[in-house]
Design a binder for this molecule. Sequence first.
Ligand code: SF4
Ligand code: SF4
Length: 225
Amino acid sequence: MAELNDKITKLRKNYREIFVTCGEEIEKRVNELRPENLEGEIFQKYESDSAGYKWQVSVLELLDNEISKEIYRKLNEILAYRSQFKCIGCATCCKLASSEFSPEELKQKADNGDNFAGQFLSVFVPYKSKEEAEKIYPEYIELLKENGENDVYFYHCPKVTEDNRCSDYENRPQICRDFPDNPLSILPKACGYNEWKEEIEPIALMLHSMLEITDYYRTKLDELL
Ligand code: SF4
Ligand code: SF4
């Protein structure tokens, strides 16, 4: 348990450091596009067609056409690299899945066209209680509690057999085939993909922070333009 907590603390510290570095790098690229002699900052209101306005448009183009594409290209690379590692068939991810959304919220999202929510609900059913879920992976649930994440819902798949097999393997949905698709999520200790996760963690942290920063720029600029 202490080992897992140390890992989380280290991850958060690394993330903060990486976030600052990425923020500085993106700011540098934004300032490279700044028109000469322009007074003013990127996040302020400019007249349409003024030099400041055109700067903001060019920054949006930089985010959409270069930086975001680069982020997704690298994300796909690290996901493709996952195929070098193997699932050991412990079935923990089938027996315990967590979501910040309740079954009702997932249903609503699925009805609104959210593909992931739809797939999730097609396999997972909620545990009757947290205690029931806790029996499967007590360390993980304890960790969530200690991190103040008490509003997580736990689910399990009824298709997993007693000997940890998928009884509908050929028809399992894409979310099962893609697991783990988030290199920053906490994996069960025994998961065969932990080695992959550890190897790609620094780059995953960097990409995540870049996504957060570009989203921030995009939202602020959309409000101004
Ligand atoms: S459908 Fe199969 S692979 Fe997917 S969660 Fe259920 S048992 Fe696991
Ligand atoms: S937790 Fe990891 S090793 Fe276990 S079944 Fe899921 S993907 Fe495979």
